[in-house]
Design a protein around this ligand. Sequence first.
Ligand code: NAP
Ligand code: F7E
Length: 347
Amino acid sequence: MKRAFVTGITGQDGSYLTEFLLSKDYEVHGIIRRASTFNTGRIDHIYVDPHEPNARLFLHYGDLSDSEQTSNILYNIKPDEVYHLAAQSHVKVSFNMPEYTGNVTGLGTVRLLESIRRSGNETKFYQASSSEMFGRTASPQNEESAFSPTSPYAVAKVYAYWMAKNYRLGYGLFACNGILFNHESPRRGEIFVTRKITMAIASIIAKKQQYLYLGNLEPKRDWGFAPEYVEVMWKILQQETADDYVVGTGEQHSVREFVDQAFSYVGLKWDQYVRTDPKYFRPTETEDLVADSRKIKKTIGWAPKIRFSELVKIMVDADLRRAGLATIGEGDEFLRKQFPNRWWKTD
Ligand code: NAP
Ligand code: F7E
C-alpha cells in the first residue's frame, strides 16, 4: 500500500486529493492546525476512527511554521509521496500579512524539502505552484514564461518553486512543480471571488442579503474544476522523471463574466445586485492569466472536461442546494454525465 503525506489536507484541494488517494488505496496522513473550532469540515465525510482496522486516513497536528513536528511525521511515516498544498493562499490577505505569508508559503516549503532530504528516504514531492507567479507576464503562460509576481503571495510561491527545483537539481529529489491556474469547486474557500459570488446569489434569492460587494471586475482568469486538477497532481508524481507542468483550461474569462453568467443562470440581472467596494481592490493586480497547457496534454494526456460555463452552474447549484433552495440543476446533470463513477462525494 502506498503512503502519502498531504499538507493542506483541510483545504479545497487537500480534501479532494485525499478522497482521490483513498480511492486509489493509499494510506493518507495529513497535518491539521490546532484551532479553537473544528477546521476539518471538508474531510469529515471520509474520516474513519483511526482505531478501526480499515482506517487509512490519519491526522496529525502540525504547522508549516514549525519544522520539528513535520520532520517527525515525515521521519516516522516514511511516505512514498508528499503533496505540499498548505499555504496562506489568499492573495489579498498576503498584502495584509506579507511576513506571515513569506514564512508559511515560502519558508514552509523549504522546511519540508529539508526534512525529506535529511530523512534520506526516497520520497516524491509535489509543490503547489501557482499561475499567480506569472503576474504581469503576457498571456498565454507556459513552462517557459518568465515569472513577474505582483503580490507577496506570488513572491513567496516563486521562492518555493525555485527551492523545489533546486532540491531536484542539487540533491536529485523527485520534486515537481504543478503550476496550476485557478481551480474552483463547491468546496472553494468562501472569500475567493467565485465562491463569494455563488454564495451571495443563494443568499439574495433567500432574501438574506441585498447586495454583493466586490472589487475589481476586470481581471481575467483561467478557471477550472478542482477535482480534475487534483488528479493531475497525482499523475505528475507518477511520471518516470520529475518535471514542472502548467495546468489550466486554456479558456479565459473576466470576473465580470463570472458574475454575469452566475446571476443570469438564476434569472437575475447582476448589475442590480453588485456594488463596488474599494477595500477589495489589491495594491497591484494580476490582470491577464490563461494557460498554455500543451506540455501536460502531450506528456500526460490530460485535458479538462469541465469548462467555464459548466463550472459556474456547478457552483451555483451547490450553493442553492446548501441554502435549501433547489435540488438538481443543469450543473449537477452535467457532472453526472461527465463523471458517472466519480470518486468524490457531492458537496
Ligand atoms: P485553501 O483551500 O486555502 O487551503 C489551504 C490549506 O493550507 C488549508 O488546509 C489550511 O489549513 C492550510 N494551511 C494554511 N496555513 C497553514 C499553516 N501555517 N500550517 C499548516 N497548514 C496551513 O487552498 P487550496 O485552494 O486548496 O490550494 C491548495 C494549494 O494550491 C495552496 O498552496 C495554494 O496556494 C495553491 N494553489 C491554489 C490554486 C487554486 O486556484 N485553488 C491555484 C494554484 C495554486 P486550515 O484549514 O487550518 O486553514
Ligand atoms: O481573485 C478579483 C481579484 O481571490 C480572483 C488563489 O487560489 O488563484 C487564487 O488567487 C480575481 C482577482 O483568486 C473580489 O482582484 C474582485 O483579480 O478569487 P481570487 P486569485 O487572486 O486569482 C491563484 C491561482 C492562487 O494560487 C491563489 O492561491 O477576482 N476580485 N472582487 C475579488 N477577489 C476576491 N477574493 N474578493 C472580491 O471581492
